[in-house]
Design a protein around this ligand. Structure first.
Ligand code: SF4
Ligand code: ZN
Ligand code: ZN
Length: 317
């Protein structure tokens, strides 16, 4: 076994992008130092703030919850955990249990919001109605809407999202490949100038997914490592696999994509000023959430699901 590049202990991980082997102690130190730096520079949490953690029970959000709970020792702020239950049989139940255990362990108030309560259907039921559609496109819109609403209901000042470096590099590539420059401009924006949008922070934005998993294991957190059964159908999964191949051949690729994006985003924003101005925020005629169209994406989706559900009922024998 290789030994740590900083001491004589056995290494538990090799970080190819800096060519370093690290033991458990030095890896934990590096991971926590980096997360704290991200919070300090990109996610300003102020004294007395109420921070909602989007807690799924998976490794990213569990690690984020624990990092933020540790930070409370130095900075007095409130934490509240919010779990969104999409209604995916055989998957969400396990992660929900893991989320409950970790929230209780850290003494964090925990609230659960469901797709069923928001839309009248679980994600499984939606996929029964919308058989030809991709689950993730429905799940993403409904989850974003529900999380924002949940954060307002628990009186949070910000929502902490467990996006890691891989999620960010993937999203940048997906939006380029789909020719979605406006989404790129808005991606990762902490504050949207509207009181109905709860600002979002990403404390793990500089943590590679593999390192989040190793950290969760090293710390012995209760985590559900199982993947969503719908994940394999997602375009994101293909990008994820390609990016992992590239990272193996060219270590540091994911950091480089995220860093290039951080440099390019302000230029893109400047170049698209006119288009951004034309897409001014207004309020959805139905749910009153901020949107750039008459009816927001969430309400459009729910309307489409209900229409199809009615048609299916009518034609049922
Ligand atoms: Fe939702 Fe897709 Fe993630 Fe599953 S993989 S939880 S369907 S976004
Ligand atoms: Zn060491
Ligand atoms: Zn709406």
């Amino acid at each position: 076994m290789d030994s740590c590049s900083k001491c004589s202990r056995d290494s538990i991980i090799f970080l190819a992008y800096v060519k370093k082997h690290l033991c458990q102690k030095h890896f934990i130190e590096l991971f926590e130092k980096r997360a704290r730096k991200t919070i300090r520079t990109d996610c300003p949490i102020k004294k007395g703030m109420r921070v909602a953690v989007g807690l799924s029970g998976g490794k990213d959000s569990t690690v984020m919850l624990n990092i933020l709970a540790d930070l409370q020792k130095d900075l007095p702020f409130e934490l509240v955990a919010v779990t969104i239950d999409e209604g995916i049989k055989g998957y969400r139940n396990n992660s929900l249990e893991a989320a409950k255990i970790e929230a209780k362990k850290r003494n964090v108030e925990h609230h659960i919001f469901t797709f069923k309560a928001q839309t009248g259907h679980t994600l499984d039921e939606i996929m029964e109605i919308k058989k030809k559609e991709t689950p993730c496109s429905y799940c993403g819109v409904i989850r974003r809407h529900t999380l924002n609403k949940a954060a307002r209901e628990v009186n949070a000042d910000v929502i902490a999202i467990g996006h890691n470096l891989d999620d960010i590099a993937q999203t940048v590539l997906i939006n380029i490949m789909r020719n979605e420059p406006l989404r790129l401009v808005r991606f990762g924006e902490t504050v949207v100038e509207d009181k109905k949008f709860v600002p979002r922070i990403r404390p793990l934005a500089h943590a590679p997914e593999r390192e989040v998993a190793v950290y969760a294991l090293a710390k012995g957190f209760t985590v559900d490592f199982e993947e969503c059964p719908y994940a394999q159908k997602a375009f994101r999964m293909q990008i994820r696999n390609h990016l992992n191949d590239l990272e193996e051949k060219y270590p540091g690729t994911k950091f480089k994509i995220a860093n290039s994006f951080a440099t390019m985003q302000p230029l893109l924003k400047k170049g698209l000023e006119d288009t951004i101005a034309k897409n001014e925020l207004k309020y959805c005629v139905r749910c009153k959430d901020p949107t750039t169209t008459e009816l927001c994406m969430f309400c459009k989706m729910v309307e489409g699901i209900d229409e199809d559900a009615r048609d299916i009922k009518k034609t049922a024998p």
